[in-house]
Design a protein around this ligand. Structure first.
Ligand code: HEC
Ligand code: HEC
Length: 311
């Protein structure tokens, strides 16, 4: 199957479009039995379920494959419930509900899709039960709250809320509630992003063409996204530029970004890009300007550019 996908490359570069198109169709249909069909539910309001409802048509993800957190309507009417609701608001509208900590135009749910529920978009329910954990890169123990602080510093290009701040308490309460029923320390399918393995080095030039064809109509030719018509916040978030995540984020690594892209983008057509195509686009996005790494000095940021792009 993967051989079939690779076959499309030389043919595409020969610009024989009909053949490329036919072959992608074949490779897509070969993919079909490997990747579960995702049926997308338009809103996150609790669905009406009767005895003969096909659950796969109701939830955004196949219920027999991935964990589905409780519906929003089930948040209890208690003081804890209030914190859970507040945590949810922070995740979906960080710009309003944690404004003081945010330095760019993003919300948590721009990357942790569907309110932090979407499998393969680093869902918070799969993460919560795994902490404290040892991070491979640094070999240090990191708590759940420290990981959230890291996302504020890097993904949100902002400052970290303290551990006892109402923001942190609300995010913790929401994440715990999302993971209702999952045993501590369980390795949940759907944690993190998609699997990526490169068959050749990423090519940012090819990535640029793919970006124009598959991404630009939402995120813009300039990658700066599209604001809501009232000018407040983004309908389509920026992928680079001042309002995007900074160099220190997980997405600063081409491979991590490619993992996200393959499983989630273009929005509504997950897994429609091959692993190499996802890496090509990620390499192209990596070459664009974005805010500096706050942990490095201005001198290092200006004169010693990061080299992790091809990782
Ligand atoms: C620009 C995209 C982006 C945004 C915005 C973002 N994150 Fe993340 N987040 C990531 C990435 C990438 C990782 C994985 C980090 C890694 O592997 O180094 C991650 C990891 C996490 C994890 C741990 C996941 C796991 O399975 O271990 C949590 C929890 C988390 N983020 C919470 C948040 C919260 C809360 C916010 C909003 C304040 C937020 N993130 C905003 C990209 C983002
Ligand atoms: C149909 C519109 C649409 C298309 C096409 C699309 N995106 Fe997105 N993208 C979104 C939306 C909307 C979000 C925010 C998540 C959400 O609201 O569900 C997003 C989020 C993202 C993010 C994380 C947030 C950020 O600002 O960095 C990345 C990275 C991304 N998209 C990359 C891509 C790439 C690469 C492509 C092309 C392969 C693409 N997108 C195509 C709509 C789109």
């Amino acid at each position: 199957m993967s051989r079939l996908i690779l076959l499309t490359y030389p043919i595409r570069s020969m610009k024989n479009k009909v053949w490329a198109w036919l072959l992608s169709l074949i490779s897509l249909s070969a993919l079909a039995d490997e990747i579960p069909a995702l049926s997308i539910r338009p809103t996150l309001e609790p669905p009406v379920i009767s005895a003969n409802t096909d659950l796969k048509q109701v939830y955004r993800v196949p219920v027999d494959k991935f964990f589905v957190p409780p519906p929003v309507a089930e948040i209890p009417a208690t003081p804890l419930g209030e914190q859970i609701k507040q945590g949810r608001l922070i995740v979906i509208d960080t710009q309003t509900h944690a404004r003081q900590y945010v330095g760019n135009g993003l919300n948590c749910s721009d990357c942790h899709l569907s309110e932090g529920r979407e499998p393969k978009a680093s869902p918070l329910w799969a993460a919560y039960v795994k902490y404290p954990m040892v991070k491979e890169r640094t070999n240090q123990v990191v708590t759940y709250q420290e990981q959230i602080q890291a996302c504020f510093l890097t993904a949100m290009d902002g400052i970290a809320p303290t551990l006892e701040s109402p923001t942190m308490r609300a995010l913790t309460a929401y994440s715990k509630w999302l993971s209702t029923g999952i045993p501590m320390n369980a390795n949940m399918p759907g944690r993190g992003f998609a699997f990526i393995k490169k068959s050749k080095d990423p090519r940012s030039v090819h990535g640029q063409n793919l970006y124009k064809a598959r991404c630009a109509f939402c995120h813009g030719e300039s990658g700066k996204g599209q604001k809501h018509t009232d000018g407040k916040g983004y309908m389509f978030p920026p992928l680079w530029g001042n309002d995007s995540y900074n160099r220190a984020t997980g997405f600063g690594k081409t491979k991590t970004l490619a993992k996200f892209i393959r499983a989630n983008m273009p929005l509504g057509a997950p897994y429609s890009l091959s692993m190499d195509e996802s890496l090509d686009i990620a390499a192209f996005i990596w070459t664009q300007y974005r805010p500096y790494d706050p942990k490095k000095s201005m001198f290092v940021n200006l004169f010693i550019p990061p080299s992790a792009g091809q990782n």
